[in-house]
Design a protein around this ligand. Sequence first.
Ligand code: FNR
Length: 347
Amino acid sequence: MPESQQSHRKDEHVFLAEKYFRATADAGFEQVRLVHNPLPETAVSDVSVTPHLFDWQWPFLINAMTGGSQQTGVLNAQLGRIAHALHLPIASGSQSVALREPALAKTFTPLRSENPDGFVLANLGASATWQQAQAAVAMLDANALELHINAIQEAVMPEGDRDFHWLDAIADIVAHSHVPVIVKEVGNGMTHEALTQLTAIGVQYVDVGGRGGTNFAQIENARRSAPGPWTALADFGQSTVESLLEVQASPLTVIATGGVRSPLDIVKALRLGASAVGISGQVLHWVIQDGEAAAQAQLASWQATLPVLLAALGAADLAALRQLPVVLAPELRNYVAQRQLTLPSPD
Ligand code: FNR
């Protein structure tokens, strides 16, 4: 089957995300310090890391990446098996290509067929219709739906959308959806103003999708024959940590994705109010560099590390973690002051 332009684009995204992958991200986690507790008075056997979000056992998911080409179908099968083995929730890459070309659905469905009892999240852009949203959920028998909002990526993409009206479509999808809907940025971060707008139309879940990890301005730029004026957007937006500070006082359930590179990053995001954390580029890197078994082993080691970190901090669960002291670097305090946010405090 000759691959369409859309399929080619999916392969390019994977190739370029891996090409630009950096082991150390710039999502702001180094600007957040948890305070060491010399007397934790907790044991690992006392610790629970259950996020109390859906039926998830772990406070992190393998977040949206791919599908839409033969090669990315193979990748989705690998990711589906890893999610199944480790009981990790997993999100699909954008399924819009499979709604347009139904023959490509089979490059997404391994996320479900390899992971029959797992928690699978469907994924579409926020300009989709509610009928398309239902079709995407049905394609994967999905437990939730991510709607990505990605104005900067679209702006940089040569073939990208030039219309960024999304609230009406999101409201329609939320109103018709039988599964939870998560509105997800893809790397330029969130604001408290956007959260207020989303809350007003009934959205209950948001993924802040902060800057500092996989960078779609950089990836889309690299797909151009010559770099354009868009290179200036390479560092645009709010980091994942800044985004978490933006949404602190929110009644919405918050997932934090973008530049998560270690279990300590996860713990810091949870401390700053995330209910769970999403990881994409790091998982892709392990699978491509080291293979499926090694990627699974790495993620299993993260699972084993989380309760140890909480125990060492003296937190028996995620609620206790959110009570712990945290110290922010001056840049973050400055951000909080200029944006008139509140500093994180125990909740
Ligand atoms: C993505 N991401 C993504 N997000 C989304 O909502 N729909 C999509 O189709 C894709 N596609 C995609 C492809 C590839 C190859 C990667 C690496 C990522 C974005 C992803 O879910 C996540 O928000 C960002 O990658 C930031 O997280 P990391 O990679 O820094 O952990």
